[in-house]
Design a protein around this ligand. Structure first.
Ligand SMILES: CCCCCCCC/C=C\CCCCCCCC(=O)SCCNC(=O)CCNC(=O)[C@H](O)C(C)(C)COP(=O)(O)OP(=O)(O)OC[C@H]1O[C@@H](n2cnc3c(N)ncnc32)[C@H](O)[C@@H]1OP(=O)(O)O
Length: 239
């Protein structure tokens, strides 16, 4: 655990050192391309391995990618701020266009706001026949609560995101109305856990889901949760 935390912190220090005294475009090739060329920037998909991923996370990732080959499972891509169809629909139906233009240009997904390895490293796989998701999650050193363990809010965030995706694929534009979590064992910082979520029932606009968080060898049950997600009504304002 300590070795992967140290590696993530060292990468951050190296990046910071490299940044001193250079212009933003000189240190960021993506930014440079945006400023100096008309070439379209391809947003980075964060649900793919990077050097901060531990051996456990890579092994599990490879296993699930194998399961994707026959089409029964699907890896869900994940972006910091790319506009997916769902988020565009959300903005169209539920947000004021002035607010979208003026205030959301800096916005990015909470779980993707950290540099590689320091915060939430995860990938979610979806099985449509079984209406369930599996999220492989490695919580980095900036998610600490009690020393050496993940903050409960970070665990809740990851559960919300994983269960939320399991609700959003069949449900469309949904929001969390209720999330009930039992924290049964503390999760060691920088370890890998598996978050299993499933859709239990749909009643009108209500989607009921359940979830458990386990160790890679499935021997430790870290948390259990249930969630209620509501499909938003485009006739109703959120504000
Ligand atoms: C998840 C994916 C989303 C995809 C879409 C965008 C794409 C973005 C891309 C990438 C996302 C990455 C993933 C992020 C994941 C994180 C998700 C979150 O954390 S969401 C933030 C926290 N949640 C809030 O802030 C909601 C605050 N609450 C509300 O705004 C309203 O309460 C809302 C919309 C949830 C429901 O309001 P109403 O007016 O539409 O519906 P009413 O009539 O109140 O309820 C409908 C039914 O549900 C029951 N209900 C509502 N809340 C309940 C509750 N808390 N407990 C029990 N029942 C409840 C009611 O009793 C009613 O039931 P009866 O139809 O009469 O049987």
């Amino acid at each position: 655990m300590l070795r992967s935390c140290t590696a993530a912190l060292r990468t951050l220090q190296a990046l910071r050192g490299r940044r001193e005294g250079v212009s933003p475009a000189a240190r960021d090739p993506v930014l440079a391309r945006r400023w100096f060329s008309t070439e379209k920037v391809i947003p980075k998909d964060h649900a793919l391995p990077n050097p901060s991923w531990s051996k456990d996370l890579r092994l599990l990732f490879d296993q699930f990618m194998k399961k994707c080959e026959d089409g029964s499972w699907e890896r869900l891509p994940s972006y910091k701020s790319k506009y997916t169809q769902k988020s565009e629909d959300f903005k169209t139906y539920f947000l004021d266009s002035k607010l979208v233009k003026e205030q959301l240009s800096q916005a990015q997904l909470f779980t993707r706001g950290y540099e590689d390895g320091l915060g939430f490293e995860y990938v979610i796989f979806y099985n449509d026949d079984e209406k369930r998701t599996v999220c492989l999650f490695q919580g980095g050193p900036y998610l600490q609560g009690v020393p050496g363990f993940l903050h409960g809010g970070a665990i809740a965030t990851m559960i919300d995101a994983a269960v939320g995706m399991c609700a959003a694929i069949p449900g469309g534009i949904v929001m969390t109305a209720n999330l009930n979590i039992n924290f049964k064992r503390p999760i060691p910082l920088c370890s890998v856990v598996v978050i299993n979520s499933q859709l239990d029932k749909i009643e009108g606009r209500k989607l009921f889901l359940s979830c458990n968080v386990r160790s890679v060898d499935e021997k430790i049950l870290y948390s259990e949760a249930t969630g209620l997600f509501i499909k938003l009504d485009p006739e109703k304002s959120l504000i």
